[in-house]
Design a binder for this molecule. Sequence first.
Ligand code: SF4
Ligand code: SF4
Length: 188
Amino acid sequence: MQLTNRSKLVVNKQMTFWERIYLPAILKGMATTLKHMIRLTFGKSNTLRYPEVTKEFAPVYRGWHVLKRDAQGRENCTACGLCAVACPAEAITMVAEERQKGEEHLYREEKYAAVYEINMLRCIFCGLCEEACPKEAIFLTDRIVPSDYVRQDFVFGKDMLVEKMDQRIDITVRQMQVKERVAAKVAQ
Ligand code: SF4
Ligand code: SF4
C-alpha cells in the first residue's frame, strides 16, 4: 500500500554509453562547483570572516554563567542548591559552608558555596538555574565558553564563575531585553 505519491519505481536498466564514461556527470558536477565559486566570490555571501567579524547574537543568547556579587562585593549565592536541583543536565555541584565571624564582607548570607562548579560539557544552557535561583546569584551571560582540548578544563569553578570586583558583569540590559520579549509574547 502506498502512503504517499512520492515513491519512485526503481528500474535496473542498462547504463547508456554516456552514463558509462561518466564524463557528462563529471562536467555537470564541475559546472555546479564553478557556479557556486562565482556566486561566493562575486555575489553576496552569508559567510563571515570569523574571528575578525562576528555575528550579532540574539539578546536572549545564553552563554557562560556568572555568579553575581552585591553592591558591597559580597557573593550573593547562599548554596541553597536550588539551581542544582533545577538543572536537567546535572551539571552543577557545590559544597556549602557556614559563614564565619569576620567573613560578612565576603558572603551576603550566613551560608555560602565554598565550592561551586558547572560542567560546561554537560550544560545545555537552558537557563533553568537562573530561573530557580531565589537570591539573584546566578545568571547566564552573552559570553561564549572558550574551546579547549582537556575535558577537565570545562569544569568551571568559582574562579571562572564569580565576577571579579574590577570586572563587574552588567546583566541588567540583557535581563531587560529578556523581560521585554516575554512581555511582548504574552501580549500577542
Ligand atoms: S543552564 Fe541549564 S543545563 Fe546549564 S547549568 Fe543551568 S540549569 Fe544546568
Ligand atoms: S546560585 Fe542561587 S540557586 Fe544556586 S545555590 Fe546559589 S543561591 Fe541557590
